[in-house]
Design a protein around this ligand. Sequence first.
Ligand code: CXF
Ligand code: ZN
Length: 373
Amino acid sequence: MRTRGAVVREAPGKYEVVGIEVDDPRPGEIQVEVHAAGLCHSDDHIATRDLPVAVYPFAGGHEGAGVVTKAPPNHKGLVEGDRVVFSFVPACGRCRWCAVGRSHLCNLGGGTLAGARPGTTDDFRLHLADDGRPVGQMSGLSTFCATTTVSVDSAIRLPEDIPFEVACLLSCGVGTGWGSAVNDAGVEPGHTVIVMGVGGVGINAVQGARHAGASTLIAVDPVAFKREKALEFGATHAVATMDEAVEIAREPTDGQGADSAIVTVGVTRPHHVGEAFAAIRKAGTCVVTGVGLMTQVGADIPLGQLAFYGKRLQGSLFGSTNANADIDRQIRLYRQGVLKLDELVTTTYALDEIAQGYEDMHAGRNLRGVLVH
Ligand code: CXF
Ligand code: ZN
């Protein structure tokens, strides 16, 4: 079928709205009318080429929620009319990682930038409407398309009472941030936690650390609006620099340093990892959620501190979220008023306003912008 979607024709470049031909779903796939899509920074990294992808044009978007419009037989029993939310990491349910409940490491690949159907390099679900050229699919999803075809392994049933605009944030930003604190940083009641960066991921790391019991929770961001938001989401302190955060962390820890520091700043600023590592105490945990390239080096980690202080450096993909179990858990917390989701959506945009959405993100005006198709 014919739809419209935002693609990057070449990178560096910008998202451009074009006509897209979307494949009918095969067995194990569904076609979904996407109602809402979150504007994550990672999609912008594709446009700037900070994250290079295998094929251009490439259709962005890996946060989304919508309604199933076509559903051949599939092992999740999804049928036409079902509401679904996506996970940017598919969970096959069969590999060793899924089998041990660590589906964020599913062998299908977290957030794949390959663009083609899993296991292929030339079998694409999307094509340009004008010349039929293949279009790469972001994380097997491409939620910047008004309709898309995806694997059922990327979809989770969404209850009726959860609006699409907030549900879409469960695909990446919420789990990546909330899980980084709850699952990966080992936050315990009474802990002192530093969260570096208060974007769509960092703000959820703040709420996760709060839920896990942090009593001194220091958010660091140079943007005043984000510092205000961090306080609203449960931070006890919000400062512009790491120097200030380190100073605040000294008092409750007898000068030892933070119990954990969570880095949510992405691929373009790896030196922040070294700053966070320096800020934690002996046996403390430095969690890195930011996207990096496979070949990227650049964080200064004093090896003596790893060895003699037993500090931990913990990578974190999707906050170690097990999408099929944890999205449901996050929905329950949202219903109870514990997990704030409505407050994450600063502005909604029509598809044709996507450039404005990313401009607002760069200007530090949004926690999250959301496209409404
Ligand atoms: C990213 C991880 C790298 C590939 C694209 C998605 N995750 C979250 O934004
Ligand atoms: Zn993302």
